[in-house]
Design a protein around this ligand. Sequence first.
Ligand code: NAP
Length: 287
Amino acid sequence: MGESRSAAGTVPAVTLNDGHAIPQLGFGVFQIAPGDTAAATLEALEIGYRHIDTAEMYGNEKEVGQAVARSGCSRSDVFVTSKLNNGFHRPDDARRAFDRTLVDLAFDYVDLFLIHWPLPTLYDGDYVSTWKTLIEFQREGRARSIGVSNFQPHHLDRLREETEVVPAVNQIELHPYLTQERVRAYGATHQIATEAWSPIAQGLVLGDGTIAAVAAKVGRTPAQVVLRWHLQRGDIVFPKSVKPSRMRENFEIFDFTLDADDMAGITALNRDQRIGPDPDTFDYVPA
Ligand SMILES: NC(=O)c1ccc[n+]([C@@H]2O[C@H](COP(=O)([O-])OP(=O)(O)OC[C@H]3O[C@@H](n4cnc5c(N)ncnc54)[C@H](OP(=O)(O)O)[C@@H]3O)[C@@H](O)[C@H]2O)c1
C-alpha cells in the first residue's frame, strides 16, 4: 500500500487496493448521540480530521452529512465511511438501506461502504450475496470503495473464492490487548487494508504500565502513544471523542516516533482480549 499526503497535509494516506486513498487517521462517531454528532464532527473537521467513520446502526449519518455540508470543506476533501445495518443483508434490503444512507448523508456517493458484521449464523450464512450487492454499489459509482468489518480470514476466503472483488479494507477490533496478528497478516497478503476499531480499547489500555512508561519516555499521553503505535504498524484508526481537547490530542501524533523497542513492548501486551463481540457468533439485529 502506497503512502501519500492527505488534504489535511499532516495526515498520511493509505492507498487502497482499488487505487483510492484514505487518510490514516479519522474520527469515529459510534456512541455519539445524534443531537451531539453534528457539533462533534464539525469540531473534528475544524481540527483537521478529513476522515469520518459512521454507520447506519449508529443512527447519526444525517448529522455527519450536515457537519460536512456546514464545514466549508468540499465534499471531495472529506473521506466518509458508512456501513450496512445488520438487519439488511439480503440484497434487496441492502439496496434500500444503501439508498437511505445516501439520502441521510445527503451525498451522491460514500467514499467507503462496509458490511458491518459477517453474521455467519444468520441469513443461511450467506454474506457472499451481500458482498455482491456492495460490488454493484461500487460499479454504480455510489460507493468509491467497498470493504467489510469484523470478517475473519475464513470469511474473507469465501469472498475471494466466490466473487471477483477483494475488499479494500477489513475494519476489526484492534488495540494493544488484541493485536490481531493473524487477521492483519491475511490482509497484508491479500492487499486488504486493516482498520482498527476501538483503537484505545475505549480507554481500557490507557492505564497500562508499559504504555504509561513509553508515554513518560517520549513526553506524550498514553492515548497518543497507542495511536502512534497503530500508525507505525500501518493500520488505519479513527478514535472517538466528544471532547475537543481529546480530539486535538488524538490528532497530534505526527511529530514523534516510537522506537523498535517501544513498538515491540506494546505489541507484546496482547492478551487476545476483546471488548466487543466475537464475529463468529455475533447475531445482533436491531429491532
Ligand atoms: N465496525 C465496528 O464494528 C465498530 C465497532 C466499534 C467502533 N467502531 C468505530 O471505531 C471508532 C472508535 O472506537 P470506539 O469509539 O469504540 O473506541 P475508542 O476510540 O477506542 O475510545 C473512545 C473512548 O475513549 C475516550 N477517549 C477518546 N480519546 C481519549 C483520550 N485522548 N484520552 C482518554 N480517553 C479518550 C472517549 O471518551 P470521550 O468521548 O468522553 O472523550 C470514549 O469513551 C468508533 O467511533 C466507530 O467509528 C467500529
